[in-house]
Design a protein around this ligand. Structure first.
Ligand SMILES: C[S@@+](CC[C@H](N)C(=O)[O-])C[C@H]1O[C@@H](n2cnc3c(N)ncnc32)[C@H](O)[C@@H]1O
Length: 253
């Protein structure tokens, strides 16, 4: 094993409180691929991590090779709350709020922005960010108290926070564009074409769309659902809506 020396761990402890934890190989791979600044990355098994890079990420293999420092298993375990099966962890710099706001304000917009109105479930938020990245959405905005950069959200998002703009905003600060708010009482989505500039808003798991978001909405849109079923899961609703956007002419980047 290569001697890690004191530097990577010193750097880790210095940055841990203010950085984004990338938990596992896939989160690190995605973050690097989408341009994250990664000041420190460790693994308990460098050979296995680089074998994964050879197999799954040859495009960033060289960068990962330069970044990864092997540390003893016990040290790796002391750095993360829940060890990941790939035994890889890294810290990335969280993008500045101004940079996210610039990305959300960019014109022309080529794909919608997703808004989660006061989401409560960290896993849902992560799944939505992963979806937004996959569909090339312009960003994911949350309202309310949930931090969309919480480590559990980043874990659920598989490091894809760096592939789209992710920011928490007040409803009064939503990006430009017509607001299509998703609600079972709305107009059937199958008769609509969602524009690239759309702001697609989804309500909270507990109480649906807030009165403030409803007041801001230009259109209320429903996903097809059999009578007697109350609603779909939040992330599932985002998936169906982004799929509808892409299936009716939208082009994932
Ligand atoms: C779990 S649901 C919220 C359920 C909540 N109990 C309520 O009263 O609305 C979370 C969000 O997913 C979206 N959603 C779920 N099912 C939907 C449907 N059939 N049509 C449109 N949006 C839906 C809505 O934006 C909703 O606010």
């Amino acid at each position: 094993m290569t001697d890690p020396g004191p530097e990577p761990l010193t750097r880790w402890h210095r940055l841990a409180g203010t950085s984004v934890l990338l938990d596992g190989f896939h989160a690190l791979k995605h973050a690097v691929r989408f341009g994250a600044e990664v000041p420190v990355a460790v693994t308990a098994d460098r050979r296995a991590a680089l074998a994964l890079a050879d197999e799954l990420a040859p495009d960033v293999r060289e960068t990962l090779d330069a970044l990864l420092t092997e540390v003893p298993e016990a040290v790796y375990r002391s750095l993360v709350a829940r060890p990941h099966p790939t035994a890889v962890a890294a810290l990335a710099v969280r993008p500045a709020r101004e940079a996210s706001l610039r990305a959300l304000a960019r014109t022309p917009r080529t794909a919608p922005v997703v808004v989660l109105d006061n989401p409560r479930n960290l896993g849902n938020a992560g799944a939505v960010i992963r979806l937004a990245a996959g569909f090339g959405a312009a960003g994911v905005v949350t309202t309310g108290t949930l931090d969309p950069w919480h480590p559990t959200v980043v874990r659920g998002g598989a490091g894809l926070h760096f592939a789209t703009a992710v920011e928490r905003l007040d409803i009064g600060e939503l990006p430009y564009g017509p607001v299509f708010a998703l609600d079972p009482e709305g107009e059937d989505i199958r008769g609509l074409k969602l524009p690239d500039e759309a702001v697609l808003a989804f309500g909270s798991e507990r109480s649906g769309l807030s009165p403030a978001l409803r007041a801001r909405a230009d259109h209320l849109v429903a996903l097809p659902m059999r009578p007697q079923v109350s609603s779909y899961n939040l992330a599932t609703s985002v998936a169906m809506t982004l799929y509808h956007w892409s299936a009716t002419g939208g082009t994932p980047a």
